[in-house]
Every structure is written in structure tokens, then in C-alpha cells.
Write a protein that binds this ligand. Structure first.
Ligand code: TYD
Ligand code: MG
Length: 472
């Protein structure tokens, strides 16, 4: 006879234990084991009747009729659909995180409006703002007349009762998860227990009905969505909405996606009428360029499947400090130290008496090592006071030995550069098939392919103005 089996599940890592313990063996967290039955229709274990609720009647239907909807709901906002991997997936939960005030509610209001006007049933539940505030935003966005269904509510049971009424919604937006609370947990809204319980209830709803849900989450000061990662691994996808305070552009970055690629970004610009799509981000990040100033190099980077051109600015100035300053915005500080060390050790360029400042234009963040070459070019250019050619792009990784190493997607990077009017490129050797091939015709003629970083340094230092000036 099957014995009623009770399991203890760690609420932090999800591992299953047969016996209760104060500490989870798997993840080492304390007080996270909670007794759970195997109810829910998954598995064959006996149902724990303690949490059982009265069943709800489902509508019986006939064999003929509409065929199952498409698995994805496409908003038509290209940059958003790109980040979600082709639209919101039915029956899935998506978390949209970001700093307060970055534009999460704006983005989702626009998405809701776009979807609702296509005939989808969209429910927008706000726990943070009153209905009047949301209406005001909708007016500002010019979408007040779209049939989005709106509620200001924070109790999960009430929300579920509301959305279960009538036709199943295609998309439910919960803004934000931190304000939700459920009767089943007795801690305050915003606590880990409440956030987890509320998210769980909503995810269960999504899975059982096939509605897509979007949870909005504020990022805490430490850069995490509260509570600590719990929601992140409960949901099917995580998008971060980021941007720099005094720049207007916003990047929607895919961090996790069970149904699509994770390295995509969507780029938006915040205007007075809401978020505007930026289909060509390169133009945005290159917008502030001054052609003739030393210390600026254009990096041909990749974001997911998309090439992005961005200007890298370096300022190398004599230092009055014993330990010169190194400051980086938008790139990895350790990586800068490495490039400086390689320049010193293999190219005879000395930075020991100089402060070094590095900035990526437009508040953009680069994570690719392919930016090494552009950074090195900008540094040498600033130190020597010799401006780099304005129509040249740079990419390539630098190894500790001073060699320039090839990087992926050379062809796409060159194509993008050519599209934006660049006439030459500095890139690693080993991309010949690209340069020789049909990929990027015009720019290939102007390509310089150093094997060693010192080749590039010599080329910059030997450029028109003077060569005696600096080898240093
Ligand atoms: P919001 O979507 O409320 O941010 P979040 O939900 O992430 O907290 O956006 C708030 C900011 O966006 C606010 O500073 C005002 C600005 N904004 C615009 O610049 N233009 C607009 O059309 C809208 C609706 C907001
Ligand atoms: Mg908001």
C-alpha cells in the first residue's frame, strides 16, 4: 500500500529531502525546508488533502471550433519581441526587472496597448499606482482608447478570482511583484516569503490556463530582484530594463529565456510620449562623436545577433599622484589593466606616470573582449595626441603575449560599419575569408590586420603628424 509520503522541499534551491532538517544539504541555506505534499497533478504520489481546495468548473466545449492559438503573442513592438525571443509565450511567466523609474511600467503599458488593439485580452494589474495614475500615463502615451483591462489590486487571491472570470486573458501584467501578497503566507508584502508565494500562485495560474504573465520586479540596491534570486529561477524568462540616469536610451536585456536566445537586447529611447524603438542602435551610440579628437576609437561590437557600433573614449593625462588613477565607465576595470600591461610590456608604451580614464560613449556597457583592440587604439591615440582616422572601426581581442586574436562575427561587424559610412577597419588577421570574400566589399580594401599589438601602436605613432613625438 502506498504510504502517504511527505516531502520536504528546500525553498531556496528546490532540492527534495525525505526528512526535515534545519539546514539544506544541497545549498547550505538554513530554515528553508518546507513540508510539501505532491499535490498539483504532477507525479503519482498521494495528494496532501490539507491544502486541497474546491475544484472549479471548466467550460465544456465541442470538437469543432477555433484551433489552439499560436504559442506566442507578438506585440508588434519590434525591440520588445526581439528581447522576448519572438513574443510572449503562452503559459509562461516572464520577469521584467529594473531600477525604479527606468520605464518598466511605461514599456508594459505600451505593450499592453499594442496587444489589446490587436484583439488580445490583456489585464494590467497595478499594485503601485492608482487607476488614475495609470490612466494619466496611458493618455500621455496616446493609448487611452485601447481595450486594456485595468485594476489596482495587490491581493493574489482577488487577482486570480478577477482574471479567472470571463474569457481567459492572453496576457496578465502584474506591476509589481513586490507589492503582491497572498493569504497563504503571513509575512509582509515585499518579503521573500510573500514574493515567492505570490509569484508561485501566479505562475501556477499561467501554467494551468495558458495565459502569459509578466511580473515586474524592482531591482534592489545590490542589483538583485528582491528577494534574492527566488523569482528569477521560478520564471521562464528574465528581462532587465537598464539605462543610465542622464541618457535617454534604455536597453532591454535578456538574462534568462527558456524559449529563446539569452544574448539579445532591445534598444529604446525614452521620449515625452513614451518609449520609442531604436532600430539602429549604432547611430545612437555614435551620435556624440567629434571627428578630430585624439583618444576616440569606434568599436564594432556585437549584442547577441546584432552588431552595435560604439565609441570608446580614453583620456591619458600626466598624473600628480604617486599611484596614478585608473577609472573606467562602461567596461571592465581589470580588462583595462590588462590592456595597459600588454601595451607597457610588449609595445614600449608607458602609462606609469599617467592617469587613465576610459569611457564608453552614450552610457553603454561593453562585455566583449573584442573591444580590447579599440581600447588600446584609443589609449595610444590619447597618449600620443594623435587622432585616429575618423572613418575607421576597431575590433579584436588582445592576448597577454601581445598578439591580436580573431573574434567571431567579423563579417557582420564590417557590414554594419560599412552601412554607417566607415571606410576602413583594424581587425585581427585570420578573418581573411571575410575580407577577401563578398561580405564587406568597400571596407575590406581599407582593412589593416595586425598580428601583434605593437604593429598597431607603430601605425598610430607613425601616422602623419609626427613619429618622433612618441614611442613612449
Ligand atoms: P515608469 O514606467 O513609471 O518607471 P518604472 O515603472 O520602471 O518605475 O517611468 C518613469 C519615468 O519615465 C519617469 O521618470 C517619467 C518618464 N516618462 C517619460 O519620460 N515619458 C513618458 O512618456 C512616460 C510615460 C514616462
Ligand atoms: Mg512602475
Amino acid at each position: 500500500m502506498a504510504k502517504s509520503r511527505v516531502q520536504f522541499i528546500c525553498q531556496n534551491c528546490g532540492s527534495v529531502h525525505q526528512r526535515w532538517a534545519g539546514k539544506c544539504d544541497a545549498c547550505g541555506e538554513w530554515n528553508t525546508l518546507v513540508e510539501e505534499g505532491t499535490a498539483g497533478g504532477i507525479g503519482s504520489g498521494p495528494v496532501n488533502t490539507r491544502n486541497a481546495r474546491k475544484g472549479r468548473a471548466v467550460v465544456l466545449t465541442s470538437l469543432s471550433g477555433d484551433i489552439e492559438d499560436a504559442p506566442r503573442i507578438v506585440s508588434g513592438i519590434g525591440e520588445l519581441d526581439r528581447a522576448t525571443g519572438g513574443g510572449f509565450v503562452r503559459g509562461s511567466a516572464l520577469l521584467v526587472g529594473g531600477d525604479p523609474g527606468i520605464g518598466k511600467s511605461t514599456l508594459l503599458t505600451q505593450a499592453a496597448a499594442a496587444l489589446a488593439s490587436k484583439g488580445h485580452r490583456i489585464v494590467y494589474v497595478s499594485g503601485e499606482e492608482a487607476v488614475a495614475q495609470i490612466r494619466l500615463r496611458a493618455q500621455r502615451l496616446g493609448v487611452a482608447s485601447t481595450p486594456v483591462e485595468l485594476a489596482a489590486e495587490t491581493n493574489v487571491e482577488d487577482i486570480l478570482a478577477t482574471i479567472s472570470d470571463g474569457k481567459r486573458p492572453d496576457l496578465v501584467i502584474l506591476d509589481s511583484i513586490q507589492t503582491l501578497w497572498t493569504d497563504l503566507a503571513d509575512s509582509a508584502p515585499g518579503t521573500v516569503t510573500q514574493v515567492r508565494a505570490a509569484a508561485q500562485a501566479m505562475i501556477r495560474y499561467a501554467k494551468s490556463t495558458g495565459a502569459a504573465i509578466v511580473l515586474v520586479g524592482h531591482v534592489t540596491k545590490e542589483g538583485q530582484i528582491a528577494g534574492p534570486r527566488v523569482v528569477e529561477h521560478m520564471v521562464d524568462g528574465v528581462l532587465y530594463f537598464e539605462g543610465e540616469g542622464n541618457h535617454h536610451f534604455r536597453i532591454l536585456r535578456t538574462v534568462k529565456n527558456r524559449f529563446g536566445p539569452t544574448d539579445e537586447i532591445g534598444v529604446f529611447e525614452m521620449s515625452d510620449k513614451g518609449l520609442r524603438e531604436v532600430a539602429n542602435p549604432s547611430e545612437l551610440f555614435l551620435g556624440e562623436r567629434h571627428a578630430k579628437s585624439p583618444g576616440a576609437a569606434v568599436f564594432a561590437g556585437m549584442e547577441g545577433t546584432r552588431p552595435v557600433l560604439v565609441e570608446i573614449q580614453a583620456l591619458v593625462a600626466p598624473s600628480s599622484l604617486g599611484t596614478p588613477r585608473r577609472a573606467v565607465v562602461g567596461w571592465d576595470g581589470a580588462r583595462l589593466s590588462m590592456v595597459l600591461a600588454v601595451l607597457e610590456a610588449h609595445c614600449g608604451v608607458r602609462f606609469g606616470q599617467h592617469d587613465v580614464y576610459l569611457n564608453v560613449a552614450g552610457g553603454y556597457r561593453i562585455s566583449e573582449p573584442a573591444a580590447d583592440l579599440a581600447v588600446a587604439a584609443a589609449l595610444v591615440s590619447s597618449l600620443t595626441g594623435l587622432a585616429l582616422p575618423a572613418d575607421c572601426v576597431y575590433f579584436g581581442e588582445i592576448s597577454l603575449s601581445g598578439a591580436v586574436r580573431p573574434v567571431a562575427h567579423a563579417q557582420q561587424r564590417l557590414k554594419e560599419a560599412e552601412k554607417l559610412g566607415f571606410g576602413s577597419a583594424v581587425l585581427p588577421l585570420g578573418s581573411e575569408e571575410v575580407v577577401g570574400g563578398n561580405g564587406a566589399g568597400g571596407i575590406a580594401a581599407g582593412a589593416f590586420q595586425p598580428t601583434e599589438l605593437s604593429d598597431l601602436v607603430a601605425r598610430i605613432a607613425g601616422s602623419p603628424r609626427s613619429r618622433a613625438d612618441e614611442g613612449e
